[in-house]
Design a binder for this molecule. Structure first.
Ligand SMILES: [Zn+2]
Length: 344
């Protein structure tokens, strides 16, 4: 059988279905690809763009996409004019209507290359309602040979009218064992790391949280160092949560979180996972931690903090996270979080 999407791990059901649709020229004009950050949505989207434009599409002896022809190579390098990616503007919490209108106008221009024009919207769940309605017009009556892909981490904020006009693709999450065996297969760095620093390797797998893209990213020593740094910052907060710890310590630990909105929110999400582990450790004997590398380390950390307090803190951090999504001032949000935790 012909190999479809060879660079994408797992997700066989979607890969076969999409590849067959591409070959039979019946791929829906809009896809909604849903999965957590780092689950490989962008990789899948660019691979679909390659499959649509691959010069060796009809050659059954090669994989689809072939990855070697001129179109495949240029799409991979980001130099293919008819594959366009729209991202949230720097520092903005949402994707606004003007961005979508520009994108939409481009869809009606004729193709520069010969094949399909592909439009990818990253973090589509961040589109404002107005932006989504602007996009809806083009989804209702799409120009010929245009494929639109919406990438989202959760689709709660996406309008039903958009959902009903797109084909839904959910990216799989993998177990730690699956991730590990795939990493060992494709990466010598993974093999070497698991051997020379098993603890760091375990932390990498835990941080990847079932997401293959995130795991691959963390194999890069710089990314791994940053991740270790974040984990250390979160640990410092966790250590300062006990009622007896001086407030100044908690305040300092929260104050050392990154000040940029996106990074601050990402850190809070990790803190929420860590708090979830502490709560599980209080409640059950056996559980699979998502932040701590072992249940026993979560249990040790949770020992001096009452369950009721942990639950209150969990809610406070969740609340702060939501406020930040709504564009709250990060410094102020961090200060409010610290004083609310103090009183919890
Ligand atoms: Zn190709």
């Amino acid at each position: 059988m012909r190999t479809y999407f060879p660079t994408i791990f797992g997700n066989d059901f979607h890969k076969n279905r999409i590849a067959e649709a591409v070959l039979e020229e019946r791929l829906p004009h809009a896809l909604l690809i849903d999965g957590p950050k780092g689950s490989g949505k962008m990789t899948l989207a660019t691979e679909i763009a390659s499959a649509l434009n691959c010069e060796n599409r009809a050659d059954v002896t090669r994989p689809l996409p072939c990855g070697r022809c001129n179109a495949c190579r240029r799409i991979h390098e980001g130099g293919f004019t008819d594959v366009k990616i729209l991202r949230r503007a720097d520092g903005k919490a949402t994707i606004g209507v003007s961005q979508i209108k520009d994108f939409r106008a481009d869809m009606y221009l004729s193709a520069t290359e010969s094949g399909y024009k592909v439009y990818i919207i990253d973090e589509a769940e961040k589109m404002t309602t107005e932006a989504q309605n602007a996009l809806l017009i083009v989804l209702e009556e799409p120009p010929k040979n245009v494929v639109i892909m919406l990438l989202a981490s959760g689709t709660d904020s996406i309008l039903t009218t958009i959902k009903s006009r797109t084909q839904y693709v959910a990216m799989s999450r993998f177990t730690t064992e699956e991730l590990s065996s795939h990493l060992n297969e494709v990466s010598s760095e993974a093999r070497s790391l698991s051997f020379r620093d098993p603890e760091a390797y375990k932390a990498l797998l835990i941080s990847a949280d079932g997401r293959i893209g995130k795991a691959m990213e963390l194999l890069n020593p710089r990314a791994r160092e940053e991740n270790e740094q974040t984990r250390a910052e979160i640990m410092a907060i966790i250590k300062a949560l006990g009622k007896k710890t001086p407030y100044t310590e908690l305040y300092a630990a929260i104050g050392s979180l990154p000040q940029k909105r996106a990074e601050f929110s990402a850190s809070l999400e990790i803190l929420i996972s860590a708090l979830g582990d502490l709560i599980s450790a209080k409640k059950t004997e056996s559980f699979s931690p998502v932040f701590f590398t072992e249940p026993s380390s979560a249990r040790d950390m949770a020992r001096d903090i009452p369950l009721q307090r942990l639950i209150k803190i969990y809610d406070i951090v969740m609340h702060t996270c939501r406020e930040c999504e709504k564009n709250a001032n990060v410094t102020l949000a961090a200060a409010n979080m610290a004083s609310s935790i103090k009183m919890a």
